[in-house]
Ligand binder design. Structure first.
Ligand code: AMP
Length: 281
């Protein structure tokens, strides 16, 4: 497994692989890898990639002031071992200084899908995500890139960026990997105490319950009352709701019904930890 730290080195190597006709997959991550990330590597392999490049970069530009950029968990050694065991063929570990050169001044901004949900609560977040992902695409020359449904809005925003900026690659979205309890796996789960973990279960339980009910009701359920009930169950569990929304799964426009083709998304604070989860109905 190759390890790159210099963007130019990765780019040169990737160009060579491409010229040799090898199929490159990119799996962008912020590290502190867990089974959710590893499932993306597995998906890349299943889709026939010859080279699987995992990028591990806590991207400062996508964090808002006051968020957890400094304390975001990092463990380079463990990440390398996990990448190797999962079958990655290259890992890219850049530093902020070599990704964002002095006076970096060009950013990519998506102006539609990133307006609501996490985009509304985390101003500048998707600008940071789009910018770093665009850079990674230019460095790793992937034939396809794998993202997780866990960050549903992010995957949709990236798809739109690829379409609108004519990136010559495909986006693959892999399902959410959960702990046996139902909790969506996340690097941020490491922040949770035992009692916070218990509280967090209300999120997946509430989402699954709503999805189940909506699937049984002909034409689905009215969104307003269903979301109010879901929000109440989260508050009762001791979580602070950031948002609970039901949107059209393609356009991310608010949907008046929880029904086929909609996506219900939750962001909630469990103590100081912000957790997100979603279900496709
Ligand atoms: P992160 O390191 O949290 O920025 O995530 C990197 C990639 O892994 C993103 O595409 C995420 O959507 C994906 N990912 C994170 N957690 C999960 C999970 N539990 N299941 C599937 N994909 C995930």
């Amino acid at each position: 497994m190759r390890i790159f730290r210099e963007p130019a080195r990765l780019q040169k190597w990737a160009r060579r692989q491409k010229l040799a006709g090898r199929k490159i997959a990119l799996v962008p991550t912020m590290g502190y890898l867990h089974e959710g990330h590893l499932s993306l590597i597995e998906t890349a392999r299943a889709k026939g990639a010859d080279e699987i490049v995992v990028s591990v970069f806590v991207n400062p530009v996508q964090f808002c002031p006051g968020e957890d950029y400094e304390k975001y968990p990092r463990d380079e050694k463990a990440d390398l071992a996990k990448c190797r065991a999962a079958g990655a063929t290259a890992v890219f570990f850049p530093t902020p200084a070599n990704m964002y050169l002095d006076r970096h001044s060009v950013y990519v901004e998506e102006d539609d899908l990133s307006k609501g949900l996490c985009g509304a609560r985390r101003p500048g977040h998707f600008r940071g995500v789009c910018t770093v992902v665009a850079k990674l695409f230019n460095l790793a020359h992937p034939d396809f890139a794998v993202f997780g449904q866990k960050d549903y809005q992010q995957a949709q925003v990236i798809r739109r960026m690829v379409r609108d900026l004519n990136f010559d690659l495909q986006i693959v979205v892999a399902p959410i990997v959960r702990e046996p309890s139902g909790l969506a796996r996340s690097s941020r789960n490491t922040y949770l105490s035992e009692s916070e973990r218990e509280k967090a279960l209300a999120i997946s339980r509430g989402l699954f319950a709503l999805k189940g009910e909506a699937a049984k009701a002909p034409g689905g359920l009215p969104a307003r009352s269903s979301l109010a009930r879901l929000a109440k169950s989260l508050s009762r569990a001791g979580l602070e709701v950031d948002y609970v929304e039901c949107v059209d799964a393609e356009t991310l426009e608010p949907s008046s019904r929880v029904c086929k083709g909609s996506c219900v998304l939750v962001a909630a604070y469990d103590g100081r930890t912000r957790l997100i989860d979603n279900v496709l109905v």
